[in-house]
Structures are given as structure tokens and as C-alpha cells.
Design a protein around this ligand. Sequence first.
Ligand SMILES: Cc1cc2nc3c(=O)[nH]c(=O)nc-3n(C[C@H](O)[C@H](O)[C@H](O)COP(=O)(O)O)c2cc1C
Length: 240
Amino acid sequence: MTGAFDVGEVDRLLTTTRSVRRRLDLDRHVPRELIEEALEIAVQAPTANNHQNWRWLVLTEAAVKEQIAELAASAWRHHRNAMMGAGRRRHAPQARRMDASVAAFTANIGRIPALVLPCVISRPPDSRAVDEQWQRQVAGAPEGDPIREVSLGPLRSSVFYGSIYPAIWSFQLALRSRGLGSSISCLHLPFERQIGRLLGIPSGVTQICMVGVGYTLGGDFHPAKRYPAKERTFWERWAT
Ligand SMILES: Cc1cc2nc3c(=O)[nH]c(=O)nc-3n(C[C@H](O)[C@H](O)[C@H](O)COP(=O)(O)O)c2cc1C
């Protein structure tokens, strides 16, 4: 088939792929082949210089997931106490719903059928160090030379995380088109070192997030309420 998409169906997939935290079926096994298929689709995503500098760690063993669950629960308690301790309890209904949803997801991490850890084979750039090094490099350039104004930090950061999140999103889309739901979680990342030791991840590798995967329960998903893109899009010049 060349070129012809069912636009309505593609748009439905793109607009109704939600973070599924409370509606993951914790009791239904997810076949390994489905995760493998979704990952094959995910790796079609773009990466800077086509580096494909990723690894995907899929966890299904209960004992390992339980250990990660404990670390994530500890991080969540810390985060929640810090938020509330600082008098920043969230009152908006949407925010409270999300907090409850994150709490439920966190409590169930050990039972989620598969946890997928997307990793990058390097460490995130230290933006300031990159810029300082560049400044040393161009220190000899004449005053007023535009090269002195260049900063490389934002470029390196953009390339680092921007070369994995498109694939993570494709993975989530491919899961949904196969009847599975997923949700990203970063809560455990403060324990990156402990998790690295637990799973044998080398120290030069960065864990980006964790994607919980399972079949979904309940009815269909809907487009989320978002600020219309039109209200947040400028043409030709930034407008305030
Ligand atoms: C970079 C990134 C980090 C995220 N981290 C978390 C997280 O730590 N915990 C969580 O429950 N959801 C996390 N999410 C999911 C968002 O909270 C979610 O996408 C957002 O609230 C919109 O909801 P929706 O995906 O259902 O449309 C993350 C999403 C992204 C893109």
C-alpha cells in the first residue's frame, strides 16, 4: 500500500492514547511478542544522527518489579510529603485526580505485567560544562565575533532526550493499537543507581523513565482536554 492512511483512525490513535495508570489489568498476562512488536515499531522513531543509542530493558519477574515498586513508593512518599510540607497541597480537581492516579499506579508497580525501562547509552549532558568548554575554545576569537555568543548546552540537551522520547511515544502508540495501555513514570529515577545495581545496568547508561504496560480495563479512551494549539501557536514572530 502506498501513502493511503485512514486519517480518521490514525488521528483517533494519536488523540486517545492516554496515560493508563488505574485501568491496567494487573491480572492479565501480556505476551512477550506484543511488546517485541511494539518495540520494533518504536525503533523506527527518529534519533539525532540516526544514532539509535538506546536499549530497552523489559521486566516481568515479580521479585524484581517488587523491588522497583518499593523504591518508587519511597520516592512518591518523599515527593508527596515535600509537596504538602511546603504548603503546596494541590486543590484543583484535575491535579487531585492525577495525584490519586499516580498514587494508585505507584502502589501497583509490582503487579503491572511489564515494566519497560528505555535507556540511553551515555549520560545527560552537563549544559553549563558544555558551554564553559565552548567559551574556553572560542576565547581567542575577536570581540564581537558571533561565535562567542554561541552556546552548545541547549543543543546537547535537546539531542539527548529528544533522541529517545519520540520512540517512547511510538511504543505507547503501538501498544494501544494492539489493545494495550501504558503510562510513563519517572518517580523511581532518584534511585537510578540502586536500580542500576539491581539490574546490572552499566554506570555510563541513563535510565530515562519506566513504562508500565498492561491490557486495559473499562471503556474506550477519549481525547484529553488541552489548551487549543491555535491559542499557543505563533506565526512568523513570538507574540505575547
Ligand atoms: C517526560 C514525561 C515524564 C512523565 N513522568 C510521569 C511520572 O513520573 N508519573 C506519571 O504518572 N506520569 C508521568 N508522565 C505522564 C504525564 O503525566 C501525562 O502524559 C500527562 O499528565 C497527560 O496525560 P495523558 O497522557 O493521559 O494525556 C510523564 C510524561 C512525560 C512525557
